[in-house]
Design a protein around this ligand. Structure first.
Ligand code: SAH
Ligand code: SF4
Ligand code: F3S
Length: 442
């Protein structure tokens, strides 16, 4: 007798796209009689949704699999699947190195899961790393049986054609593909009906979104946002991650026109040196980036800008690095993520001489120190102001709630009423550099 797969445990690494994929998988499997459990040992199927962006990604997966091996020893009927970007990059190699693995699936075949789960249930080992042309999410529908959090993600675009010289994403996620506007509108509506008040549109290059409409013509991200904002119970909208090359005038203008579009933009620059940007194949200059930010600020002076940075890229001199520090002083980021360059096999930069680790570590520390000062200042500037906060969930203590400002700052609030899902006016009373603390204005 084969053991039927009825309980699934999913562990997720990596970006919001992976988080969205994992949620959508567990969500859609409900309709196939499979429910999510909180511990791997309670499940019939363990899925590891993996990320390949920086070093030791694959090694982390193998060590995690080592831990699952113990669980499988105690309960040999548990099946194990590796999905996501490491699965795409390693494929068959995972099966060879880890015999406990029953399936390896790349990010573009998740809609085949119901059928693949049946096959592994019958004892087959399955590897599928196709880049299909179908929209996986159309077959991996949101279940109607799940209560949603007030803030949710919706993937509108996937993949990347930019080929930055350091990055694995074009190889793990495939070519840029945009989802149909009609399907997205329907899904956004369903999410709002089930309680969502803030949507974040997701894409590896979300502002490269471009898709044909049924009624004719092409719709870009600005057009898509306008349509989604017509859903009346949707109160807020954001989008992430944008590429500086695809920041169109229409999209910039929207920050001054569409009230529901929040004043926050994640626009990664990676480096403040044109020489390095060129070697990274980013396709824009520092000047063009600054012009974009200037335009945005003319239209929406309070807009919060965030970025990603890579320090210690091959060939980065002290002079190049100081230009990165300069751009931070110029833009004054509200928030930022920064990483040491990590050579990735298969990318063009992999062949170039890597800088010594000590240099990378020191530069990262110097950059993070500066970014932290600006982030704290941005938060401090909000103290004593009144902000509209969307309350997302309960905090650690009773009567405590967690929400977000229009600028994405986490805000801690105390209230006797149940305010989850509401947008309330809050006086910000203090900041600890990471979170803000506030009181509802009565
Ligand atoms: N599409 C987005 C980024 C996706 S990857 C963009 O173009 O900005 C998220 C971040 O990881 C990147 O912005 C970059 O800062 C970082 N990253 C990607 N590859 C890296 C590498 N090889 N080493 C270090 N950081 C890297
Ligand atoms: Fe990677 Fe560059 Fe594409 Fe971003 S734009 S996903 S950094 S290749
Ligand atoms: Fe990682 Fe893949 Fe996202 S490599 S960052 S999970 S697209």
């Amino acid at each position: 007798m084969v053991k039927k797969i009825e309980k699934i445990f999913v562990k997720t690494y990596g970006c919001q796209m992976n988080v969205f994929d994992s949620d959508r998988i567990t969500d859609s499997l409900i309709d196939f009689g499979i429910r999510k459990v909180k511990e791997p040992q309670w499940s019939d199927l363990i899925l590891l949704n993996t990320c390949h962006i920086r070093e030791k990604a694959a090694e982390k997966v193998y060590s995690e699999l080592g831990r699952f091996k113990k669980i499988k020893r105690e309960n040999p009927e548990i099946k194990i699947g590796v999905i996501g970007c490491v699965a795409q990059a390693e494929g068959q190699e995972i099966m060879r190195r880890a015999e406990i693995v029953d399936m390896v699936l790349g990010p573009q075949v998740y809609h085949r899961l119901p059928e693949i789960i049946k096959r592994i249930q019958d004892g087959e080992r399955v590897v599928d790393t196709d880049f299909t042309l179908e929209d996986k999410f159309e077959k991996l529908e949101h279940s109607k049986h799940v209560k949603r959090q007030p803030a949710a993600f919706l993937t509108v675009q996937e993949g990347c054609d930019k080929f930055c010289s350091f990055c694995v994403v074009p190889y793990t996620r495939g070519a840029e593909a945009s989802r149909s506007p009609e399907v997205l509108f329907k899904e956004a509506k369903e999410l709002v009906t089930s309680g969502v008040r803030e949507l974040t549109l997701l894409g590896q290059n979300v502002n490269a979104y471009q898709a044909p409409r049924k009624s004719g013509g092409l719709l870009d991200l600005a057009g898509l946002i306008k349509e989604i904002c017509t859903i009346s119970d949707l109160k807020r909208l954001r989008f992430i991650t944008s590429h500086p090359r695809d920041m169109t005038i229409d999209l910039i203008k929207l920050f001054g026109e569409e009230e529901k579009l929040m004043p926050y933009l994640h626009l990664p620059i990676q480096s403040g040196s044109d020489r390095i940007l060129k070697r990274m194949n980013r396709g824009h200059t520092v000047r063009a980036y600054i012009e974009t930010i200037d335009r945005l600020r003319e239209i929406r002076s309070d807009i919060a800008i965030s970025s990603d940075f890579i320090v210690g890229f091959p060939g980065e001199t002290e002079e190049d690095f100081s230009l990165t520090l300069d751009i931070c002083d110029k833009i004054r980021y509200a928030q930022a993520y920064s990483f040491k360059y990590s050579p990735r096999a298969g990318t063009p930069a992999y062949e170039r001489a890597d800088l010594p680790e000590e240099i990378k570590v020191k530069r990262l520390m110097r950059l993070q120190e500066k970014l932290q000062i600006h982030q704290s200042q941005f938060q401090t500037n909000l103290v004593e102001t009144v902000q509209e906060i969307l309350i997302e969930k309960h905090g650690k203590f009773s009567n405590q709630y967690l929400g977000r400002s229009p600028y994405m700052n986490p805000v801690v609030i105390t209230s006797r009423e149940d305010i989850i899902g509401k947008i309330i006016k809050v006086r910000i009373v203090s900041s600890n550099g990471l979170s803000l603390f506030g009181e509802p204005v009565t």
